[in-house]
Design a protein around this ligand. Structure first.
Ligand code: BGC
Length: 746
């Protein structure tokens, strides 16, 4: 396809029209030039294809599709292959429905547990989040269907999402919020990126040239097109010039006319429009759904339902399992309690809301346990206790060997469009759990929620199963775990704090009117709790299994490396229990001689492996410069400080099993320019300056900071070292000027 030739034949009006939707979901077709339209649809955990009434809030009906587990659940699998497989299955449904681009994945970071859309996002950790997003993209795109990595960037809350400005310092933006997109762009090469609604540091993401062009394209090499979130455009001409190619949905020609007028008046260079048209045309032609694709990827919804079930089981996290209460053997008298048992909450509200062609509540598999009974216990639609429902549930629990309570957040508690106000379960559920626990010592709580909840009842409950919002087959997947047909293998992709107030964003969420300041900086999630030594309910990376794993033989291929080297780390993992299982092995890097403020450790690798009972495998990780680096805002680049780094291998962020140190040195050491305002100690790192200063020092009789016998030697030394050169007359005999330094350093 000769795109440049097509562009040369297009009028300004035609090019402008291509840059905004023809309708809610379709791009513009220009028949005269053989330019076809494409259809895009939500995403991310299934297809929301609307044929008639269109909306971006999941209100009107969409065609039946498979609802796979949501991002909060899939991230707990820590399994890139699995996520890719899910992406591919979603794409097959797109092909059947002639959808060229499925809008997702969402790579926004979970800054606060209150964000109403956390269920669509992966993690509080950018490394995990970006790997999951890349895997999703690769899976979808392996079929020729396109993706839209969203919402770029810093859309970390729903409150005032179309107006708020996320105020984030550069290092935090780079290390946390952009890093979550960066790997996904570089590794996944998404066909499109969706800009966020909000402003970032005062500028709308939709017209932010720094984000859309300088970073996304020039630095990360993105070569698809950028689409606006639905209605995110503020100034269309500015957004086009900044790097936003497609406005969605249609502006009914209003913004097209503005673009045409800007080109004709000379305000907008026509070359900008040409470039945008070229980027759009490339993706439009590349993602046409073809008959060949349909033949290659036939749709089988039943097969996808089975996939949804298998994936859901891989994502479930066993948070607690005292006395090995789980799995439950078939001969037990089991009380199932809680309305979620018959009506699972398996997805969240808003634009990702899928119309599942099939839902399998846990209750449908109740016959796995021949001696089981069910009591509703509470009503999902209310927060108040229904005393009759409560009493019969307590009675049933009391008369059984074990009680499994299905609790969670109702739809109205979390959704796109608003944030939660607190982290509690509804009152009627808390009361039910507490009342049952008084009468029945063997209790399990199964949770359906898109984000952490407080668990004031945790000490009276032996087992907790976190099922998150696990898609249409979540019910049966949970039963697989309860019965032991599936061995749980998920681990938390976020920290569960003990209480909301412990969360680092607590004082600055959701912000003041038009601004939200990310004052906690890089210290979000476990980075904060660890640094402040704040106890948590369940740490990042935590998750139990019905078997046990032994970690041994940590080896690093070298003791000392340069930051350009690739480091290979390996470790042996053995299944020491009696059943097959999967373990997620986590690698954290802990800087130990850092001079800049950094988290105690950060996730830099993970692997999920499957082991039969008694089996042992070697897991290998590769580390590169980025594994050790922080973003240096002076250098405007990633930098590795020379020194010692711990390589920590763990079963969770708090369960580190093995540790070894390595020395890393930068190939090109970074020395800050020395000025008269540099502290003496820093200036002395330069041998020439050191020689010059030492020579001056010789002229000073009895310098107090060099006299070890002086009782105030420590104070003098500290003062001498931290004094800026310009004030060092008292320790070096005379003023040191910039001219001195220029002379010494030339
Ligand atoms: C959401 C996007 C979604 C779009 C289209 C917006 O409200 O923020 O995630 O893709 O609508 O439905």
């Amino acid at each position: 396809m000769d795109i440049q030739k097509i562009i040369s034949e297009m009028t300004v009006e035609e090019k402008a029209s291509l840059c905004s939707g023809a309708s809610f979901w379709d791009t513009v077709a220009i028949e005269r030039l053989g330019i076809p339209a494409i259809t895009v649809s939500d995403g991310p955990h299934g297809l929301r294809r609307q044929r008639e009434d269109a909306d971006h809030l999941g209100i009107s009906q969409s065609v039946p599709a498979t609802c796979f587990p949501t991002g909060c659940a899939t991230a707990c699998s820590f399994d890139e292959e699995l996520i890719a497989e899910m992406g591919k299955a979603i794409a097959v449904e797109c092909i059947a429905e002639d959808v060229s681009i499925v809008l997702g994945p969402g790579a926004n970071i979970k800054r606060s547990p209150l964000c109403g859309r956390n269920f669509e996002y992966f993690s509080e950790d950018p490394y995990l989040s970006t790997k999951m997003a890349a895997a999703h993209i690769k899976g979808v795109q392996s079929t020729g269907v396109g993706t839209s990595l969203k919402h770029y960037a810093a859309n970390n809350q729903e409150t005032l999402r179309l107006c708020i400005s996320a105020e984030i310092d550069e290092r935090t933006l780079r290390e946390i919020y952009l890093a979550s997109f960066e790997g996904a762009v570089k590794e996944g090469q998404p066909t499109t990126v969706m800009c966020a609604y909000n402003k970032v540091n005062g500028e709308y993401a939709s017209e932010n040239e720094y984000l859309l062009t300088q970073i996304l394209r020039d630095e990360w090499g993105f070569d698809g097109f950028v689409v606006s979130d639905w209605g995110a455009v503020n100034d269309r001409v500015k957004s086009l010039a900044s790097g936003l190619e497609l406005e969605m949905p249609t502006s009914d020609g209003v913004n097209d006319a503005r673009v045409v007028e800007a080109v004709k008046s000379g305000k907008l260079d026509e070359a900008v429009l040409d470039k945008a048209a070229a980027r759009l045309l490339k993706v439009i032609f590349d993602t046409q759904i073809t008959e060949a694709q349909k033949a290659k990827h036939p749709l089988d919804l039943n097969k996808n339902n089975e996939k949804a079930r298998a994936i859901a089981a891989e994502c479930i996290v066993l948070l607690k399992n005292e006395d090995s209460l789980l799995p439950i053997s078939g001969d037990k008298k089991v009380a199932f309690v809680g309305e979620f048992f018959e009506k699972p909450r398996y997805q969240g509200g808003g634009s990702s809301h899928i119309n599942p062609y099939k839902i399998t509540p846990a209750k449908e598999s109740m016959n796995i346990f021949p001696n089981a009974a069910y009591a509703q216990g509470f009503s999902i639609d209310k927060d108040e206790t229904d005393e009759t429902l409560l009493a019969s549930a307590v009675k049933l629990a009391q008369d059984s060997d074990i009680c499994v309570i299905f609790a969670g957040l109702p739809d109205r508690y979390e959704s796109e469009g608003y944030d939660r106000k607190h982290m509690r379960l509804p009152d009627n559920q808390i009361r039910l759990i507490e009342e049952i626990a008084k009468m029945q010592p063997n209790c399990v709580v199964v949770l359906h929620n898109g984000s952490p909840v407080e668990m004031p009842w945790i000490h009276s409950i032996k087992s907790v199963v976190e099922a998150y919002l696990g898609g249409q087959a979540t019910g049966v997947a949970v039963m697989d775990v309860l019965s032991g047909a599936a061995n749980p293998s998920g681990k938390l992709a976020e920290t569960f704090p003990l209480r909301l107030q412990d969360n680092p964003s607590y004082l600055n969420f959701p912000g003041d009117r038009d601004k939200v300041e990310y004052r906690e900086g890089v210290f979000i999630g476990y980075r904060y709790y660890e640094k402040k030594e704040i106890p948590v309910l369940f740490p990042f990376g935590h998750g139990l299994s019905y078997t046990s794993f032994e970690y041994s033989k940590l080896t690093i291929d070298r003791d000392e490396v340069l930051d350009t080297d690739c480091v290979t780390v390996s470790v042996n993992i053995k299944n020491t229990g009696s059943r097959a299982g999967k373990e997620i092995v986590q690698l954290y890097v802990a800087p130990k001689s850092n001079t800049v403020v950094r988290p105690i450790k950060e996730l830099k690798g993970f692997k999920k492996i499957s082991l039969n009972s008694g089996e042992e495998k070697t897991v290998t990780f590769s580390l590169d410069k980025r594994s050790f680096a922080f973003y240096d805002t002076e250098l405007k680049d990633w930098r590795v400080e020379a020194g010692k780094y711990g390589i920590l291998i763990g079963a969770s962020s708090q369960d580190i099993r093995l540790e070894k140190d390595i020395i890393v040195k930068p190939v090109i050491p970074y020395n800050r320019p020395i000025t008269v305002n540099s502290p003496v100690a820093e200036a002395m790192e330069d041998p020439k300056v050191a020689a010059f200063l030492n020579k001056l020092r010789e002229t000073v009789p009895n310098p107090p900071h060099l006299d070890e016998n002086n009782p105030m030697a420590d104070m003098f030394a500290a003062m001498a070292n931290e004094l800026p050169l310009r004030s060092s007359a008292m320790f070096f005999g005379r003023m040191i000027t910039q001219a001195d330094l220029d002379e010494v350093l030339k």
